[in-house]
Design a protein around this ligand. Structure first.
Ligand SMILES: [Mg+2]
Length: 203
């Protein structure tokens, strides 16, 4: 493709871009079962008198340090299983015709974990475009599918016409729809967002 500057760029190694119909998908606890395997591994470290943390997102520091050590083990991220709710939404998006992009926060345990996220996506979703980032807010999409409300809230602030698909209460925001509202409702809202003219869908 020859650009306006006259430079001839080779895009043959770049996925096709349908900028108007991007659906962004989170990985951990959306497409990927992260908490289940982490819980199983942490249980192996529980002492006889120890209380297991009730919330794996907010653990006492000594449990958090164990979790970090588990997440640094080679293969931890690469071998995580799929999580069904995210794939149910993904299948609907693919049927409608969305361009699938994976939008995931880079793990705090370092570049090995980032590399294993690449391996996971290439194995399970070879045709998806992958973004591993420190900041999800800057990513554009008509749709964002994510289990974590703070990430969703920040994204919606920057994408006021975006549609968020979640696995918790959709009453938190008018632009949200939850899988608990029923997959027919999810499909309807996804189709509506897909059909919206591009000038209405973007800022
Ligand atoms: Mg998540």
């Amino acid at each position: 493709m020859v650009l306006s500057t006259g430079i001839d760029m080779d895009f043959s190694n770049t996925p096709p871009l349908d900028a108007g119909h991007i659906a962004l998908f989170d990985m951990d606890e959306t497409l990927v079962d992260f908490q289940g395997p982490l819980r199983d591994r942490l249980l192996l470290t529980q002492g006889p008198e120890e209380v297991f943390p009730s919330n794996l997102w907010d653990m006492p520091d000594h449990w958090y340090q164990r979790a970090q050590a588990i997440k640094r083990e080679p293969g931890f991220w690469r071998n995580l299983p799929r999580l069904q709710w995210g794939w149910d939404v993904l299948n609907i998006c693919q049927e409608i015709g969305y361009d699938i992009h994976i939008l995931t926060k880079g793990p705090t345990t370092g570049p090995q974990a980032w590399a294993e996220k690449v391996e996971w996506v290439r194995e399970h979703l070879p045709s998806a475009t992958l973004h591993i980032t420190d900041d999800k807010r800057i990513a554009y999409g008509r749709v964002f599918v994510d289990d974590y409300w703070p990430f969703m809230e920040l994204w919606l602030r920057h994408r006021p016409r975006g549609l968020g698909i979640v696995n918790y209460e959709s009453s938190k925001h008018e632009n949200l729809v939850s899988i608990h509202d029923g997959m027919d409702v999810v499909r309807e809202r996804l189709q509506e967002a897909f059909d919206m003219p591009l000038r209405d869908a973007i800022l």
